[in-house]
Design a protein around this ligand. Structure first.
Ligand code: AMP
Length: 296
């Protein structure tokens, strides 16, 4: 695996790969890799000739400075995992390689930087306003900013994202369509621990007691899927709120049943063709998200 920190050197290498007519598959990550990330590498391997992963803890998508500071970092073991998985190229830039001083200053002053739209007027509709968008102001602007930068640097043919971050994939799909970025976005299934907990870099921040409680989140989602045939959406929402909030130390941030395309909340299953249930929970100081598709 070749590791690059510099954009010009990476671009030169990728240009030569593109000149050989090879398909470039890209897996962007923030590191602290687990089997969920590796499943994206494996998916990329089946559909591309050269796999590139990136590791970059993107400061502009964090609305909470403590969350950014405590985000787990483990570059050495990440490199070993990527090598073992058969990744060909790793891009692991420093912050200054990705952002200008001006961009970082805007973030510091909490001014939304829309320069990534390159002057185009982009409308995400509800996609960046509900759920994560509502609870993490500025988060999706930071995601779109960094992913659009990465796509312009890497120019991949295909990019692989996890369904674990359902709303993020919706934003990225909409962004590439609206900006006309020629990349195919592929969504990969959620990888779970044996007890059902969705794998996440944040799981290692759970203490032993919290880790024992955490599978309640996925257990509740699986139950919702089972109950969806004979309970109304308000009944399902009440069930989730009771299950989660009755567990000491756990707090439900939101549980929404939404149209998978628009992310519009629905009150009745007849209101959308494809439907997903999304949840965010805080457990101690750790914020966890998960989702389950109710109608594909
Ligand atoms: P992150 O490093 O958290 O930004 O995640 C990088 C990519 O891995 C994103 O596309 C995530 O959706 C994906 N990912 C994270 N957790 C999982 C998981 N449990 N299963 C599948 N993909 C995941």
């Amino acid at each position: 695996m070749i590791i690059f920190n510099s954009i010009p050197e990476l671009k030169k290498h990728l240009d030569s790969i593109r000149n050989q007519q090879k398909i470039i598959g890209f897996v962007p990550t923030m590191g602290a890799l687990h089997k969920g990330h590796i499943s994206l590498i494996n998916a990329a391997k089946t559909q591309s000739d050269v796999i590139i992963a990136s590791i970059f803890v993107n400061p502009t998508q964090f609305n909470d400075i403590n969350d950014l500071k405590s985000y787990p970092k483990n570059l050495d073991s990440d490199i070993q995992l990527l090598k073992k998985a058969g990744c060909d190229v790793l891009f692991a830039p420093e912050i200054r390689e990705m952002y200008t001083a001006k961009e970082l200053e805007l973030k510091k002053q909490q001014i939304e930087d829309r320069s990534w739209t390159e002057g185009k007027s982009i409308d995400f509709g509800l996609l960046d306003k509900v759920m994560e968008g509502m609870h993490r102001p500025g988060h999706f602007n930071g995601v779109a900013q960094v992913v659009s930068k990465l796509f312009r640097i890497v120019e991949p043919h295909k990019a692989f994202f996890g369904q674990k971050d359902f709303q993020q994939v919706a934003i990225i799909r909409s962004m590439v369509t609206q900006l006309g970025i020629p990349v195919e976005i592929i969504t990969c299934p959620i990888m779970r621990e044996a007890d059902g907990l969705a794998m996440s870099s944040r799981n290692i921040r759970l203490n032993a007691e919290e880790r024992k409680k955490a599978p309640l989140i996925s257990k509740t989602l699986f139950k919702i899927k089972e109950l969806a045939n004979n309970k109304s959406i308000p009944e399902l929402k009440a069930y989730v709120a009771a299950e989660i909030n009755l567990e000491p130390g756990m707090r439900l941030e939101y549980f929404e049943i939404v149209n998978s395309e628009t992310l519009q909340s629905i009150n009745d299953f007849s209101q959308a063709k494809s439907i997903v249930a999304c949840i965010a929970v805080t457990l101690g100081t750790v914020r966890l998200i998960d989702n389950i598709i109710l109608k594909p």
